[in-house]
Write a protein that binds this ligand. Structure first.
Ligand code: FAD
Ligand code: NAI
Length: 464
């Protein structure tokens, strides 16, 4: 048998790659991880989940102080924005967390190969001027921003999510292209800090892929918060002159063009897998139509010894999905049974209120031919949400009409991201709506709304 430098080489140190590397090392495999960025943690820790949540959290406090939510509770303040300090705390969070991964690599004896890796063969890559061999190679190269043809991102006037996290001043008018997760999260940040925000969305509704009721309600809530929406509209061009942008818009279904002026444009129309420059042609690994790497249930690609996980493979582009795949692929490489249940991956939009879901939407359940029962409970009738002045949103439980098994749960609530974990766990255990309804939930908590929504599946909630 050939000798290799490593048992496992992971390419990319995002939530998929760094977790895979650590788990492989924990399982006794000699492991290296190649990462081209200056810091570990990938998109998520450097320019994604973590810095966006730092800005969302801080801007939420500012908004609560500036827009009367605190005054409602008897706290009168006139906040002053120190944007540089807000950016400072974001940078500190990123630095601490990316540094933490470096420490975990040292602790677990994962060798960080600094530089971008490219295949020279199925078991060998170059990283800088070094050639490294490994018995198993895991591709975890993640994704990057999808460009909008004809629109040039200069990270000053026209920004992507990375630029939108770093704006040196609050724009007067920000136009967000794309009413998906990034557009709504980062649009919310700058709206809260004082910008007028217009969101242009190609489809007839925001948040594609989420439950229809949730999409409609979320749209209503964001409108109430002051975000303006241009639904069913596409941006066909952006020109920049003297620090101002002029956007050309057209109805998605065709019609007259119009222009919209802005001093900041955020392009957030999706992300695409990072597969260029990897030398996949050297190992005969082809991509699918969406330029993703296809894998089997065990995360094996078509090339023996080469595995792939995270944003670079089909499925939702989410950090926790990448992390779970990272653990599973390492366990499979070690000869154990690593499994990810892709039917139960929660997704959360970290706006205020948060929007979260797991499992099937009502539309998907019906399309799949299931006979379903739906229970809904408004947050307005939840004592904790009401006391906290958080009346917006609802919890919706979708169950199979015959077996009562829960097929999907959707929530809009201030703490929906935390509540959805309970729903995911219940679904992993094959819970019925009755199981949730008869589980004792602490009072007063937002989670009681989930219990009541489950009770509503059979028509028996107490508080409405
Ligand atoms: P990535 O995190 O993209 O990491 C891949 C790494 O591979 C990168 O560091 C890259 O430099 C490196 N790399 C690429 N090619 C090579 C090569 N040839 N050699 C060496 N290294 C290479 N998801 C959530 O679940 N929750 C959130 O709140 C959330 N917020 C987000 C906010 C924003 C603004 C963005 C942009 C994304 C957000 N996401 C969120 C998505 C999340 O960041 C991704 O799903 C996740 O990072 C994917 O992990 P990954 O390991 O597959 O890839
Ligand atoms: P997205 O796929 O969520 O939304 C993109 C939106 O842009 C869609 O609504 C789409 O219809 C619209 N669009 C596409 N082309 C358009 C055009 N020409 N004009 C107007 N609208 C157009 O993508 P987004 O927001 O860029 O996020 C990328 C990925 O990052 C997502 O897949 C998401 O999973 C991940 N992410 C996750 C977060 C979370 O979990 N909280 C936070 C941020 C990102």
């Amino acid at each position: 048998m050939a000798d290799f430098d490593f048992d496992v080489l992971v390419i990319g140190a995002g939530p998929g790659g760094y977790v895979a590397a650590i788990r492989a090392a924990q399982l006794g495999l000699k492991t290296a991880c190649a990462e081209g960025r200056d810091t570990l943690g990938g998109t998520c820790l450097n320019v994604g989940c973590i810095p966006s949540k730092a800005m969302l959290h801080a801007s939420e406090y500012f908004d609560a102080a500036a827009n009367g939510a605190m005054a409602k509770m008897g706290i009168k303040v006139e906040p002053e924005l120190d944007l540089e300090a807000m950016h400072g705390q974001r940078r500190t969070a990123v630095k601490q967390l990316t540094g933490g991964i470096e420490m975990l690599f040292r602790k677990n004896k994962v060798e960080w190969l600094k530089g971008y890796a490219a295949f020279t063969g199925a078991n060998s890559v170059t990283v800088g001027d070094r050639t490294v061999t490994a018995k198993n190679i895991v591709i975890a190269t993640g994704s990057s921003v999808t460009p909008l043809p004809g629109v040039e991102v200069d990270q000053k006037v026209v920004v992507d999510s990375t630029g939108a996290l770093e704006l040196p001043k609050v724009p007067e008018h920000m136009v967000v292209i794309g009413g998906g997760v990034i557009g709504l999260e980062l649009g919310s940040v700058w709206r809260r800090l004082g910008a007028r925000v217009t969101c242009v969305e190609f489809l007839d509704q925001i948040l594609p892929g989420m439950d229809g009721d949730v999409r409609k309600e979320a749209n209503k809530i964001f409108k109430k918060q002051g975000i303006e929406f241009r639904l069913g509209t596409k941006v066909t061009g952006v020109s920049v002159d003297g620090g101002k942008a002029s956007l050309t818009l057209e109805p998605a279904k065709g019609g007259d063009a119009e222009t919209l002026e802005a001093d900041c444009v955020l392009v957030s129309i999706g992300r695409r897998p990072n597969t260029d420059g990897l030398g996949l042609d050297k190992i005969g690994l082809e991509l699918n139509q969406r330029r993703q790497i296809e894998i089997d249930h065990d995360f094996r690609t078509k090339v023996a010894g080469v595995w792939a996980i995270g944003d670079v493979v089909p499925g939702p582009m989410l950090a926790h999905k990448a992390e779970d795949e990272g653990i599973a692929v390492a366990e499979n490489i070690a000869g154990l049974t690593g499994i990810v249940n892709h039917d139960i991956i929660p997704s959360v939009v970290y706006t205020m209120p948060e929007i979260a879901g797991v499992g099937l939407t009502e539309e998907q359940a019906k399309e799949g031919g299931a006979e379903i029962k739906v229970g809904k409970f408004p947050m307005l009738a939840n004592s904790r949400a009401k006391t906290n002045h958080e009346p917006d949103g609802f919890v919706k439980v979708i169950a199979d009409a015959k077996t009562d098994r829960v097929l999907g749960v959707w929530c809009i609530a201030s703490v929906a991201g935390t509540m959805i974990a309970q729903a995911a766990q219940a679904m992993e255990f094959g819970a019925t709506s009755e199981d949730i309804a008869y589980t004792c939930h602490a009072h007063p908590t937002h989670s009681e709304a989930l219990k009541e929504a489950a009770m509503a599946v059979t028509g028996k909630p107490i508080h409405i």
